[in-house]
Every structure is written in C-alpha cells, then in structure tokens.
Design a protein. Structure first.
Length: 80
C-alpha cells in the first residue's frame, strides 16, 4: 500500500485515511475530476486491472495475493 501511495502519478490524490491507526488495506483514489476518474476506471478495466468505481473514487484493495508487479501495473495504468 505504501508503494502505491508513494508512486501515485500527478493528478491523483488519496481519499482514504493515511494515519497508521486509521488505515486499512483499501485505498480510494481520485483523479482531477469525476469524469477523469471514470475514464481512468474504464481504461484500467480494459487492461484487466481489477478495481471498483465508487461514485467519483477508484477503490483499490491490494492484498497478500497481489505482487509488487501487480501494483506497478496499476501505477502504470494510472499514468495512461
């Protein structure tokens, strides 16, 4: 999770608690606009990167089954 947050491309922001006592294994991200967030969601799904669109946020739930390579694919997908 730290790698994802630290590597977010410009134009994205984390919309989840970041403090250690409030963090979970789920992180919500937003692009600059709701339309851009929806566009990114569609592009990631076309690349078979699985996440959810919740309103104007991307919901990512990396888990023990996801490797660093999986997270890097997500980061690259966010870049376009």
């Amino acid at each position: 999770m730290d790698h994802l947050i630290a590597s977010l491309p410009s134009g994205f922001r984390v919309h989840s608690p970041l403090s250690a006592e409030q963090r979970s294994h789920i992180v919500c991200l937003q692009a600059a606009t709701p339309e851009k967030t929806a566009e990114v969601f569609k592009r990631l799904r076309e690349k078979k990167i699985w996440l959810s669109l919740r309103g104007d946020r991307l919901r990512v739930a990396p888990h023990v089954y996801n490797s660093t390579d999986d997270v890097n694919r997500l980061i690259d997908g966010l870049k376009g």
